[in-house]
Design a protein around this ligand. Structure first.
Ligand code: UD1
Length: 337
């Protein structure tokens, strides 16, 4: 079976490409390299011992994508391509609506016109906004995001639901990721953010390697075990395996289904810092700063639906995440070449 990955040179896409190839799938990567580098694809080939087919194309370019689909005739698509920085989406909402929505609409049009009707979509736990109950399960209201980035995910989920209603041949799996972190155990693949990282783990790795002076913990007066926010950090390797399970699910004519991908365990910011200090064997300078606008105190999933229906469960811990994230940063202080 051949799987086309949009955004396959990105952080989650590249790890998933390796997992798919090691499970016997052929992989085609389409990426415009806006937020990624071509050397990532070389490293995917180096680790897996097979070269994925790579097209540097814009997924929103219907003509270019139609040519790729006619050439490759994929059996399924995993749609990773999109912008994902919450702050940037608040500052420039039109960029997010334009890029994320047009890309997804155009991709669906290309798929429908080429009779490719199996899709896995990269969604996010951000669609739940402030949790109505904990742990979050897939029946929680998934229309409550608190920022434009999250609202693009909600709109795309809704568009895919309408598409499945209109065209019964379509099968779609929505994967709502909790907090992806960590890196490939080879230390050849990892997260390579542009500029100052927004997310906790890449920020910590940059403090540890000396690129940043200290971590500012955004608030220690939340109603949580130690006052800092609690999140469900999931190792990118576990997440990659979740995509392989979702591809298998598509083959059962599932219509449209959504799964939360997380571990089911929440860790506070202070606990992550402690785990990271253990992994790096060094003290990390930190201070307490103000709360970050839009942060919710606690978020973690009930992972049981994914276990029951996908046969998937996260196997790695926060210690594995910190160890692998650190090895990646330490061996690649400037990210990808
Ligand atoms: C954010 C996005 C989410 C996205 C995810 C990707 C929201 C509100 N947030 O999640 O959509 O899918 O990133 O991984 O939609 N923190 C610090 N100092 C820092 C950075 C972070 O204390 O320098 C704290 C934050 O306040 C938060 C925790 O660390 O409590 C995790 O933050 P982050 O890694 O940015 O993830 P989220 O905000 O949970």
């Amino acid at each position: 079976m051949k799987i086309l990955l949009t955004g396959g040179a990105g952080y989650i896409g590249s790890h998933t490409a390796i997992e798919l190839m090691s499970s016997g799938y052929e992989v085609v990567i389409v990426d415009n390299l806006r937020n990624s580098k071509a050397s990532t694809v070389d490293r995917v080939a180096e680790i897996s011992g097979q070269s994925p087919t790579f097209y540097q194309k814009d997924v929103a370019d219907y003509v270019a994508m139609d040519t790729v689909f006619k050439q490759e005739q994929p059996d399924a698509v995993i749609h990773f391509a999109g912008l994902k920085a919450v702050n940037e989406s608040v500052a420039d909402p039109l960029l997010y609506y334009q890029l994320n929505l047009l890309t997804s609409m155009s991709l669906c049009r290309t798929m429908a016109d080429n009779n490719v009707t199996n899709l896995v979509f990269s969604s996010s736990a951000t669609v739940y906004g402030k949790p109505e109950r904990l742990p979050l399960d897939e029946n929680c209201d998934a229309t409550k995001a608190t920022n434009p980035y999250g609202r693009t995910k909600i709109i795309i989920e809704q568009m895919l639901r309408d598409l499945c209603d209109a065209k019964p041949k379509f099968n779609v799996v929505l994967l709502r990721y909790f907090n992806p972190a960590g890196a490939h155990p080879s230390a050849r693949l990892g997260e390579d953010p542009n500029g100052i990282p927004n997310n906790l783990v890449p920020f910590l790795t940059q403090v540890a390697v000396g690129m940043r002076d200290e971590l500012v913990i955004n608030g220690d007066d939340y109603p949580t075990k130690d006052g800092t926010c609690v999140r469900d950090y999931i190792h990118v390797q576990d997440l990659a395996k979740g995509h392989v399970a979702a591809i298998r699910k598509l083959q059962s004519n599932c219509r449209l289904v959504a799964y939360n991908l997380g571990t089911g365990t929440g860790h506070s910011v202070k606990e992550v810092v402690a785990a990271f200090e253990l992994a790096t064997n060094q003290h990390l300078p930190r201070s307490i700063g103000p709360r970050r606008v839009g942060d919710v105190p606690t978020s973690y999933t009930d992972p049981s639906l994914a276990k029951r229906e996908l046969g998937w469960k996260a196997g790695l811990t926060i210690d594995d995440i910190c160890r692998d994230a650190w090895r990646w940063q330490n061996e690649n202080p400037d990210g990808y070449p």
